[in-house]
Design a protein around this ligand. Structure first.
Ligand code: UTP
Length: 288
């Protein structure tokens, strides 16, 4: 039987330069989509997938995320005194039992692979999930739950994947696909941000992963890859052929909320489904 996935690493130490000036003093992961910060969507998706331990890899100016997952005593007291029970419930909805959420600091933003490596002591030899909070995935069930279900059958390593246009392959990790059964694709190779003409396929990796702990051994080599960063893709590629490795074409829509247009589309898409907002938003924009 495959060891269950009980831990998730959420890297939140990036600089978010594509979203300046908003991200000068506010972490990208605290940008709201409608009324909820991106990091909360990721934590909720993890909990839905049965994950118990949440590990945030933070950096400078990211402390506000610790506050988000803690009591806000003043606010709670005022809401209580005013009898605003709904608000109080919302303010308390993300209070996990003490000890289930941990924070470790990436002292320099050397890349996604390096951020994951910073969590190695907390991962402590277990298989684990990773979610990039700026990739918001609308899915029922969530993408992580879909992946955990596939993992329970297949074991090994997994990435979430979706088909992109060839010119966009240079923005993603791209897989060399092997056998394709239902929504599961055997991964025979992985390359980070290839030039479109060199991309082995148009099947791109998006920000959800299930990884075996051996990936940490490869990350500890700290090899510098595409963009001068320590890339998770390069360490994952070294597991191919040694351990099962699949891409899961998840059922859902992914929004790149690290980009302005992706964030705006996520807001519009969620608003269009919200009974309190749908009418006005549909009047504003003609959805085809
Ligand atoms: P991005 O590739 O979006 O980089 O990171 P970024 O620095 O956050 O944003 P831009 O490109 O400058 O606008 C993907 C995920 O990996 C994390 C980010 O916080 C984000 O969740 N990350 C990235 C780290 O935790 N550390 C790093 O060194 C790099």
């Amino acid at each position: 039987m495959n060891a269950p996935i009980k831990k998730i690493v959420l890297p939140v130490a990036g600089l978010g330069t594509r979203f300046l000036p908003a991200t000068k003093a506010i972490p990208k992961e605290m940008l709201p989509v409608l009324d909820k910060p991106l990091i909360q969507y990721a934590v909720e998706e993890a909990l839905e997938a049965g994950i118990e331990d949440i590990i945030l890899v933070t950096g400078r100016n990211k402390q506000v995320m610790e506050d988000h997952f803690d009591h806000a005593y003043e606010l709670e007291k005022i809401l209580q005194e005013k009898g605003k029970d709904d608000g109080l419930e919302v303010a308390r909805s993300m209070l996990l039992e003490e000890g289930r959420i941990s924070y470790v600091r990436q002292m320099r933003p050397l890349g996604l692979g390096h951020a994951i490596w910073c969590a190695r002591k907390l991962v402590n030899g277990h298989p684990f999930a990773v979610a990039l909070p700026d990739d918001l995935i609308k899915g029922r069930p969530g993408a992580l739950k879909q992946m955990v279900e596939a993992y329970n059958e297949l074991g090994g390593n997994m990435v979430a994947s979706m088909n992109v246009s060839r010119e966009d392959t240079s923005k993603y990790g791209v897989i060399t696909p092997g056998e394709h059964t239902k929504n599961r694709i055997a991964v025979e190779g992985l390359v980070e941000k290839p030039h479109p003409e060199d991309a082995p396929s148009t099947q791109a990796v998006v920000g959800r992963y299930i990884l075996q702990p051996e990936v940490m051994d490869h990350l500890s080599e700290k090899a510098v890859g595409a963009g001068g960063e320590i890339q998770l893709t390069d360490a994952m590629a070294k597991l191919i052929g040694k351990q099962p490795f699949h891409a899961i074409e998840f059922d859902g829509t992914r929004f790149d909320c690290g980009s302005k247009i992706g964030w705006l589309m996520a807001n519009l898409s969620l608003a269009a489904e919200d009974p309190h907002m749908a009418h006005e938003i549909r009047q504003l924009i003609t959805f085809r």
